[in-house]
Ligand binder design. Structure first.
Ligand code: SIN
Length: 487
């Protein structure tokens, strides 16, 4: 199958276009095209799996579960570690593939590959620390023990914004726990997923432990995962709209579910904040991955006393952003993922302007899938942008007078993923951190994602945590054993 950028990849066998099911590369008669969002050119034709392939993969994963879950934690850990090392050895090729199919700058792509690999390293270690408990009972005749067991086959549905890291963040803890996985990667970015599968096969995972099924028909594959009785757990990262569908579908069999959904992150700057640090933090948080992360700053709330100084400094930075081909080392922001994403942001800008907001930088389409990095000021909560997840390089700036007012505005959203604020008074820091209704709070920082911390949201941003010591619990069942007759 056609892969036009193959000459730039040192290890050609990382370029896979078939599905990976039960340890075999499977080619189907139907296929779909993957294109580079930078120039719209087709880069590959990838096999298009359907519900019957998903069924095959689930049955293979079920069979493999009996083997994999019986490996010692040490043995699973060693295979995960080999996979981790292989990924780091191939970081340049993997990053190149990622940039060409997703558009993000090559430095960010390398960062993503390493970030994604860090989940494998972390959970290779955690595999060995799945401890149970012995609990003092209420009767001398009984003893209580608690063990944790892998849930079984896990279905993972992953997004295009982090084509590599969102897969490893889900499947590394699942595999460490002893589960086996079927993965449906985004149809925009299947090549990164398949390259990970190639390295997994070299690392020595038994057949059927990891299955990756590219497909254009996400709804059909989603239904086949959520309705299959052998799938015991679904983990999804994507929009709140789709997350709700998956949750409803999973309810029929009362499956365990983890949902990492949309966000509407506030970024608050209080009058005593270090303004230069706040500008840098806001810039990092707003424009990471071109604004296309669910933890990106979405609403910037500036105290009126520091508003003008902040905007002036922020505008100087935003005006200097270089957009372009992600493969060019000088590029800071690549293209957006598709036309729908660009049009949605242009509509949000238009609505805000029509209701009185002022564009300070950008505001237009540059060309094709490129939107000018934009700052809009005088935004308020009557505008659509207040309640929408922007998911693009558009910074919306609001003003506030009091702590009470800004907390009310910040929490006035159905989302509850990431939030940020800058200030120095320690009592204010505690009050605000506690009052923000979010799963994650960045205090005097704009970037807080790390494998060591529990990533996840509340409200309509979902539930469940990824990474950290908590991440593996999502893939384990707790079993209580009551030992009677101990006289
Ligand atoms: C996401 O946008 O879904 C993940 C971002 C992150 O891990 O920081």
């Amino acid at each position: 199958m056609l892969v036009v950028f193959s000459m730039e990849i040192k290890d050609q066998s990382l370029l896979k276009t078939e599905a990976y099911i039960d340890g075999k590369w499977i080619s189907k008669s139907s296929s779909f095209k993957v294109s580079n969002p930078y120039d719209g050119k087709e880069i590959a034709t990838v096999t298009d799996c359907d519900a019957s392939d998903m069924n095959d993969a689930i049955l293979a994963a079920e069979k493999a579960f009996r083997i994999w879950s019986n490996y010692t934690a040490n043995k699973r850990s060693r295979i995960l570690q080999s996979w981790y090392k292989l990924i780091l050895t191939h970081v340049d090729d993997l990053a190149h593939i990622l940039t060409v199919e997703q558009g993000k700058p090559i430095a960010e792509a390398k960062g993503e590959i390493k970030y994604g690999a860090s989940y494998i390293e972390w959970f290779a270690e955690e595999a060995k620390r799945v401890y149970g408990d012995v609990i003092p009972g209420q009767s001398r005749k009984n003893r209580i023990t608690v063990v944790k067991q892998p849930v079984g086959v896990v279905g993972a549905i992953t997004p295009w914004n982090f084509p590599s890291a969102m897969i490893t963040r889900k499947i590394a803890p699942a595999l460490a726990a002893g589960c086996t996985v079927v993965v449906k990667p985004s149809e925009y970015t299947p090549l990164s997923a398949l390259a990970l599968a190639e390295l997994a096969s070299r690392a020595g995972f038994p057949s059927g432990v990891i299955n990756i099924l590219p497909s254009m028909d996400a709804p059909a594959l989603g239904v086949s995962m959520t309705s299959h009785p052998k799938v015991k757990k679904i983990s999804f990262t994507g929009s709140t709209r789709v997350g709700k569908i998956i949750l409803k579908q999973s309810a029929d069999q009362v499956k365990k579910v983890t949902l990492e959904l949309g966000g509407n992150a506030p970024f608050i700057v209080f009058p005593d904040a270090d303004i230069d640090a706040a500008v840098n933090g806001c810039f990092a948080s707003k424009f990471r991955n071109g604004g296309q992360t669910c933890v990106c700053t979405n609403r910037i709330f500036l105290h009126t006393s520091i508003h003008d100084e902040f905007v002036e400094k922020f505008a100087a930075k935003v005006s200097s952003i270089k957009t372009g081909n992600g493969l060019d080392e000088k590029t800071f922001i690549g293209p957006m993922i598709n036309e729908q994403a660009v049009s949605k942001d242009l509509e949000l800008i238009e609505d805000a302007e029509a209701k009185g907001a002022k564009i300070v930088v950008g505001g237009h389409r540059a060309q094709d899938l490129f939107l000018e990095p934009t700052i809009i000021c005088d935004v308020n909560n009557t505008m659509d942008i207040f309640s929408s997840e922007i998911f693009g390089p558009v910074a919306a700036v609001y003003q506030f007078e009091t702590e009470e007012e800004v907390i009310q505005l910040a929490n006035d959203t159905n989302y509850g993923l990431a939030s940020y604020f800058y200030g120095r008074d320690y009592a204010l820091i505690w009050r605000v951190a506690e009052a923000l209704e979010y799963g994650m709070v960045g205090i005097n920082t704009g970037v807080m994602s790390t494998v060591a911390a529990p990533f996840g949201g509340i409200k309509e941003s979902g539930f469940g945590r990824e990474g950290s010591k908590y991440g593996i619990d999502e893939y384990l069942n707790i079993k209580y054993m009551c030992w009677g007759g101990v006289e």
